[in-house]
Write a protein that binds this ligand. Structure first.
Ligand code: 4NP
Length: 168
């Protein structure tokens, strides 16, 4: 277990920000899956879940149509509007979850202080069924299988993250 998740175990409400590049594929899907998981388990009141991108070029947009279609087939409705990461996110959130190494490095550079840097973790580190992945790969230039892989990895990592935060 990572130090940052251990330190959150007894917190009344935990805020999580999922981050990718554009905030239209991976991170809004992670947000939707995690929200669905906590809602299903009656834990909605104990979590605040959001997502953002390190690149602001898609700000205001709904998730990519391909991501919405693939997610809907698994029962997730993605309605988040893309937004860029802001400095206040490093104070407002307990945990900032990066989809890949590039997002991770960018987030640590953007953080105003070391407390914020310590909140940045890798999504793939919570995967249990897919231990050989160290990142959730960018599906933007991939076909349908790329989006399905992203959803497989995100479902696995969200389960792992929730279990870790619940002390399971
Ligand atoms: P995401 O995917 O980071 O998972 O939202 C991408 C979305 C947009 C771009 C790249 C990746 N883009 O180059 O615009």
């Amino acid at each position: 277990m990572q130090n940052i998740t251990r330190s959150l175990k007894n917190k009344e409400k935990i805020s999580i920000l999922f981050v990718c590049l554009g905030n239209i594929c991976r991170s809004p899907a992670a947000q939707g899956i995690m929200q669905h998981l906590v809602d299903t388990e009656g834990l909605s009141g104990q979590f605040a879940i959001d997502s953002a991108g390190t690149y602001g070029g898609h700000a205001g947009e709904l998730p990519d149509k391909r991501m919405r279609v693939h997610a809907a087939r698994r029962g997730y409705s993605l309605e988040h509007r893309s937004r860029p990461v802001s400095e206040s996110d490093f104070y407002d959130f307990d945990l900032i979850v990066a989809m890949d190494d590039s997002n991770y490095d960018t987030l640590r550079c953007l953080s105003p202080d070391t407390d914020g840097q310590d909140k940045v973790v890798r999504m793939a580190s919570f995967c249990r069924m897919h231990p050989y992945y160290d990142a959730v790969p960018d599906p933007y230039y991939e076909g349908a299988s790329g989006f399905e892989l992203v959803l497989d990895l995100l479902e696995d990592a969200c389960r792992g993250l929730l279990d870790e935060l619940s002390g399971k």
